[in-house]
Design a protein around this ligand. Structure first.
Ligand SMILES: [Zn+2]
Length: 242
């Protein structure tokens, strides 16, 4: 067997192995598996966000409660002021003072009302978020169950393909032994940037990139002692009889 024939056979064996590996990676089960994993992660992200929002809402509630307490204290002070002036003679009272107290009391009352409405709104949002958290946990649990089942099914698929895989790996190893080491090195270097580094030269064209090459090249390619590269794609050219 000549050098290029051996390399060609090695490439064939390698390509066959690659196809099987690819097909084992691209089964429907594996695609579903990846989707379930994504679903689980999305829900996990959502849950984290909901939990963070809940913490913020609870902090806000505490903050508002403190404000309400302070306002209630102010209201008590006003109550004391009112109790004090209740015993005054009418003539000793200034209308402006009474109006001022009433205005202040109304201001405090409005502020308390506003804060109460804020608390109701926050509690409403917390309830909604609690429902959302429960639903998200159910979704996560379902995704996890589906993931585990698919994972087991995919493991079986891989197990079933194992025999073929081993056989093809052995073929590659066997074919590699026939290839000249220097040529193999050149092949691997080309493979880093070109799939299938050996290409047929047929109908005056490199079958790797389909570029038409000078007609004089066929003779050079047929010279078994020399390696000719396609001047366009850099693949090793292998002539076949037409
Ligand atoms: Zn080419």
């Amino acid at each position: 067997m000549d050098k290029l024939q051996a390399l060609w056979e090695y490439q064939e064996a390698e390509s066959e192995l690659g196809q099987l590996e690819q097909s084992l990676k691209n089964t429907e089960t594996r695609k579903k598996l990846i989707r379930q994993q994504q679903l689980f992660q999305n829900n996990q992200q959502h849950l984290k966000q909901l939990e963070q929002e809940s913490v913020l809402a609870n902090n806000k509630m505490v903050e508002i409660s403190v404000q309400v307490d302070a306002l209630k204290k102010q209201m008590e002070q006003k109550d004391d002021e009112i109790t004090e002036i209740k015993d005054y003679e009418v003539d000793d009272l200034f209308l402006e003072d009474i109006q001022e107290i009433i205005k202040e009391c109304e201001g405090i009352k409005n502020a308390i009302e506003l804060n109460k409405r804020k608390i109701v709104e926050i509690m409403h949002n917390l309830e909604k978020s609690e429902t959302d958290i429960k639903e998200t946990l159910v979704k996560m649990s379902n995704a996890k169950k589906a993931f585990d089942q698919l994972k087991a099914a995919h493991a079986k698929e891989l197990e079933a393909g194992k025999g073929d895989l081993e056989k093809l790996k052995a073929n590659v190893a066997k074919a590699a032994k026939q290839v000249d080491p220097a040529l193999m090195e050149q092949y691997k270097k080309i493979k880093q940037h070109r799939p299938n580094p050996v290409a047929y030269f047929k109908n005056k064209r490199c079958q790797g990139c389909n570029m038409e090459l000078p007609s004089g090249m066929l003779q050079a390619i047929k010279d078994k002692d020399k390696i000719t590269l396609c001047e366009n794609c850099g693949r090793i050219l292998y002539a076949v009889d037409e």
